[in-house]
Design a protein around this ligand. Structure first.
Ligand code: RIB
Ligand code: CA
Length: 327
């Protein structure tokens, strides 16, 4: 019997997606965008911004906020295949979603194993995009379990890595650094990848003005997400050392929504096919995504499409409008 599943709000012409995430303030915005523009077949949580119990609860809260109660939410890996377990609680807080008053989710956790769900759903629904916006542990485990899914999925649109600077170290971006072994296996799997690295996602920043625009929409989702931005943008101002009224002017990068927009609004981006390798050892470069930019090396046939630029103003407006249209 086919396990062909359709999301509750399947709309012709939308991408069928599974979101693998570690909510995380920016993960929530990615889920909200996907709710507006994709058919979400499932949401799988992974350890990353917080412990798996928190990222899973936060995924359930996001499902509540965006009316996705009929979308399966499943708990994934609690530890990385390799690498460092550091939840950078300063960025997202102890709960992984600090800021708004803590909610008890109404959406119930699906008891199935997240990796089994990823494998089964990708096997029986050809052409799915996996939107991976946390460490790549679940995705790597799914590929290990059944390599054929690499050819059954349309691809993986991921937030991770960078072809310039890091954030958790000078060389490495957090999602990759947290599980370099998993990331290396995914990048080397042969799957088609849209890579939104920090050099791209740092272009999509939001300030206090963005929170004010959300507050003016006055829905539960917009109010909740405005409070997420208040916390997240406040942290950006703090690490920038800016206080007082100017603190609201500091831009906070909204990383994860880029991986959704790369699928739903490709016209906002420029991209380049590149050879990319993940460093799984190295004293100073662990977790680095090394792009081969040697001009004599031709990577035009690479399955890895590195997103280079984004029209940030349009992207911010699409995000705000998605809350207005969801009213
Ligand atoms: O480096 C940014 C990434 O790390 C984002 O996915 C954010 O949610 C955190 O997981
Ligand atoms: Ca994330």
């Amino acid at each position: 019997m086919s396990n062909q599943i359709q999301s509750q709000n399947s709309v012709q012409g939308r991408h069928n997606v599974i979101i693998d995430c570690d909510p995380g303030h920016d993960d929530v915005f990615a889920i909200g965008l996907a709710a507006s523009f994709c058919n979400i077949l499932g949401i799988t949580s992974v350890v990353g911004n917080s412990i798996i119990e928190n990222t899973t609860t936060n995924a359930l809260i996001a499902a509540d906020v965006f009316g996705l109660q009929n979308v399966p939410v499943l708990m994934g890996a609690k530890t990385p295949l390799s690498g460092n377990v550091d939840h950078v609680t300063q960025a997202h807080g102890a709960s992984g979603l600090d800021g708004p008053a803590r909610r008890t989710p109404r959406t119930k956790l699906d008891s199935r194993d997240a990796v089994d769900f990823l494998v089964e759903t990708c096997r029986s629904n050809e052409g799915i995009w996996i939107i991976a916006i946390g460490p790549l542990t679940n995705v790597a485990l799914a590929i290990r379990a059944d390599r054929t899914i690499v050819n059954k999925i349309a691809g993986i649109s991921l937030m991770g890595g960078s072809i310039t600077h890091g954030n958790v170290t000078a060389a490495a971006e957090y999602n990759i650094w947290f599980d370099p072994q998993a990331a290396s296996e995914v990048f080397d799997s042969g799957a088609r990848i849209k890579m939104c690295g920090l050099d791209l996602t740092d272009q999509l920043t939001v300030t206090g003005k963005f929170a004010s625009e959300l507050k003016a929409i006055s829905t539960d989702a917009s109010q909740f997400c405005a409070e997420l931005i208040d916390y997240y943008q406040g942290y950006a101002a703090k690490i920038a050392g800016v206080t007082g009224p100017d603190a609201l002017l500091v831009g906070a990068p909204l990383h994860d929504p880029c991986a959704v927009l790369a699928l739903t609004h490709p016209e906002l981006f420029t991209s380049e096919r590149m050879g990319v390798k993940v460093e799984t050892t190295g004293t100073h470069t662990l977790g680095m995504t090394l792009a081969d930019t040697r001009p004599w090396e031709n990577h035009s046939d690479s399955v890895i499409e590195v997103m280079r630029t984004i029209e940030a103003n349009e992207a911010r407006q699409i995000i705000v409008n998605s809350f207005k249209n969801a009213k």
